[in-house]
Ligand binder design. Sequence first.
Ligand SMILES: [Zn+2]
Length: 401
Amino acid sequence: MTERLYYSDPYRRQFEATLIESFSWDGQPAVVLSRSAFYPTGGGQPHDTGWLGGVPVLDVVEREADKAVIHVLEAALPGQKEVSGEVDWLRRFDHMQQHTGQHVLSQAAERLLGAETVGFHLGETASTIDLNRAPLSAEQLDRLETEANQVVFENRPVVARFVSREALASLPLRKPPQVSGPIRIVEIQGFDWSPCGGTHVRATGEVGSIKIVRAERRGDETRVEFLCGSRALADYRTKNRLLLRLASHLSVGYWELDEAVERLEGEAREQRKAAQAAQEQFLDLEADSIASQGEPLDGFSLVSRAFQDRSLDEVKRLALRLAEQHRCVALLGLASDKGHLVFAAPQDSAYDLRPILRQACAVIGGGGGGRPHLAQGGGPVGELARVQQALEVARQIFGQP
Ligand SMILES: [Zn+2]
């Protein structure tokens, strides 16, 4: 079994140890040492990284069988017996801040909300606890955050010690221990007692701050995402910059962003309405103009036109206008990424446009269907000349040259 130096001194970054085993772990060189300051993944806390004899440590895991700490390395160690190790301190201290913050937050949730922590995850960028209470209001979460930070400000000592099973009974543990033998208890003085094998800061002040960034209801539980210490600061920096940038774009103070965005949304709505009205007017005029050039056809009027660079929806609306308001048989085409045809005839006419449309669509390599008075189709060929050709085919069916 590896002597775990972080149990007694989580601030120890450098150490000397004797090489016990050297082997391959998932295809990577790995070693077990007589002692180690490296924390192996477990208890919701990710492993440390760092260096052994200058070689990067990629992963640290606990071996199930004998609880040995396995250091997975980037390259094999040269054959020496004594090894010096160094833990990547920035990563470790970040984990200590998040983990201690979690103890504080969990105890505060229990005291304030009667909510037990049933899950904990310390992630690469954010951490979460799952509370067995839902839903939690914004006001409850604010109070939880305030209470937790009060404990940070009080700078209470955090002490870890091994306690016998018998002595456990006298401690107000937040959760029952999950391992046998002597239990490591992490005490936040006068506030929280938890069985835990992780690494923690020596006083709550070093957590810096605890920020709840999000809460999400999951059935009977609430998942609370939080950031501590440097992570909270980095998050504040990012969001503050973003707010100031947005405010500067909109030429308002950041506290006026809500109103400014609402105003923009209103303006955009008005503009959409105005654009729509203008488009309707334009389509009316366009329909007038096209209809005036129609050729007589059994009491109706035949028009055909191919377009480019506009939406299929617009072409369809134009075809309907021509049929309903101008009593036209309208053969319209659209050349874009593909070829499209839209044929429309007045409702009271006897035309069935579908077979005509199918013949025309064959020119652009496709097909179509619809109703007798409104048929639509297309094909993969999108060149304007071919779409015009397809319309010609339809015109000829109507007996037009
Ligand atoms: Zn812990």
